[in-house]
Design a protein around this ligand. Structure first.
Ligand SMILES: *Cc1c(COP(=O)(O)O)cnc(C)c1O
Length: 408
């Protein structure tokens, strides 16, 4: 047996432990292992939403648009950039879903690439990228007569620099990469992969859905061109809260996005004939932004700033490492389907066993909530500010028990 620190010792030594009580439901016995799919609500979000309905929406009514809401997609985008994404102001807008952002930014990027060099007819993407990323890329390739070049990846890992170097070349228009792989939690090398795409003359788009609020991201420093990400995972914005899109400042006025709506117009209230895109990041907005969905996210972003993203990442590493150690000590029949080196791993851990589908169902019955991803993957997502080491220990004990029970 390995000699593990007890959960109580780890919680006592955790400088972020006190954040847990600021989430709805964290004081119950339920074990939540799916913060990477839907973060718990921040307690303050309930008050914010109440006040918003009564004062801003109920009191200011249509005046709210002039007073605050028109600017919220970009002012909240600036906050996201400053607190979690390493992006200077004026490069991020909030609204739409990640899927819609993927469509808008991939289309804008490939159209620009082909315009500049008609020989650039390929989109490079990996076979284990999130389904929506792959499907959108397939649709755009069909629409624009482009070819997809697939990188075959190990589903327990992700795209390596060598694999990307082999896939890109003078035909590459765009490289689409996910920073933390949804299945394995593989943490891709942001700056290195961006450099490899650029050396081939291609643009690069990063999907940050499983990164934002959990691992450190430095879009400007990486020299990234485009990025998207959602806010209902580690940014706790609530089911269906809006996504964000990042477009590097130097590219903005060269790109045109395909959903040219009135809110991306240079002067929305001119309401004149013909579309003239706004300058800067606003041209990537399409229609009326979802303001309600931004209110809860804002409360979480304040907690993230208070804790510090580097401290959040440190706790995330400690939590996932603890889960891996417990799995290795108590679940000999299970294999780790995530990188063992925490430097190569995002905020979740996937454990493989043929019976994990049944095990997940049994766990949900007893209020232990991980999720399941084929083939045989139990995903344990550990949202750093709302998860304790004690919760990890109780949850892993329940996994062991459910594995034993489902074997009968
Ligand atoms: C969760 C997730 C999405 C989700 O896209 P939606 O449009 O919000 O449904 C996309 N990409 C990745 C990598 C994800 O993890």
């Amino acid at each position: 047996m390995v000699n593990l620190d007890t959960a109580a010792q780890l919680d006592a030594a955790d400088p972020l432990a006190h954040f847990r009580e600021r989430f709805v439901g964290a004081s119950t016995d339920l074990v939540y292992f799916d913060g990477n799919s839907l973060g718990r609500p921040v307690a303050a979000a309930a008050d914010r939403l109440h006040d918003f309905v009564h004062q801003e929406w109920g009191g200011r009514l249509i005046r709210g648009w002039d007073e605050r809401w028109m600017d919220l997609p970009t002012s909240l985008g600036d906050e996201l950039g400053r607190v979690v994404l390493g992006a200077a102001a004026g490069q991020i807008a909030v609204g739409d879903s990640t899927t819609v952002w993927l469509y808008k930014l991939m289309r804008a990027a490939v159209d620009h690439a082909v315009r500049t060099d008609p020989g650039r007819t390929e989109i490079v993407i990996d076979t284990d990228n999130f389904p929506t990323d792959r499907y959108v890329a397939e649709g755009i390739a069909a629409e624009r007569g482009l070819t997809l070049r697939w990188i075959e990846v190990d589903t327990s890992a992700g795209v390596t620099p060598d694999q990307l170097r082999e896939a890109v070349g003078e035909r590459t228009a765009l490289v689409v990469l996910t920073h933390v792989a949804y299945r394995s939690a593989w943490l891709a090398d942001g700056p290195e992969l961006t450099r490899i795409a650029h050396d081939a003359g291609a643009l690069v788009l990063w999907d940050l859905c499983h990164s934002a609020g959990s691992v450190e991201v430095a879009l400007d420093e990486w020299d990234a061109d485009l990025a998207v990400g959602c806010s209902y995972k580690y940014l706790n914005g609530g089911p269906g809260s809006p996504a964000f899109g990042y477009v590097r400042a130097r590219l903005q006025d060269d790109l045109t996005q395909p959903i040219q709506g009135w809110m991306g117009h240079a002067d929305p209230f001119l309401m004149g004939p013909g579309y003239t895109p706004a300058r800067g990041i606003r041209r990537f907005i399409s229609g009326t932004p979802p303001i309600l969905g931004m209110v809860a996210m804002q409360a979480m972003l304040e907690l993230v700033e208070e804790a510090g993203i580097e401290n959040i990442r440190a706790k995330s590493v400690a939590l996932t490492s603890y889960a891996v150690e417990l799995a290795e000590a108590t679940l000999p029949e299970v294999t780790l389907a995530s990188p063992r080196d925490p430097a190569q791993r995002g905020g979740h851990v996937t454990l493989h066993h043929d019976r994990m589908r049944e095990v997940t169902a049994a766990l949900w019955e007893r209020d232990v909530i991980p999720d399941y991803r084929d083939p045989g993957g139990l995903r344990i997502g550990l949202s750093p500010l709302s998860t304790s080491f004690d919760e990890v220990e109780r949850g892993m004990a329940a996994v062991a028990q459910s594995l034993t029970e489902t074997a009968r």
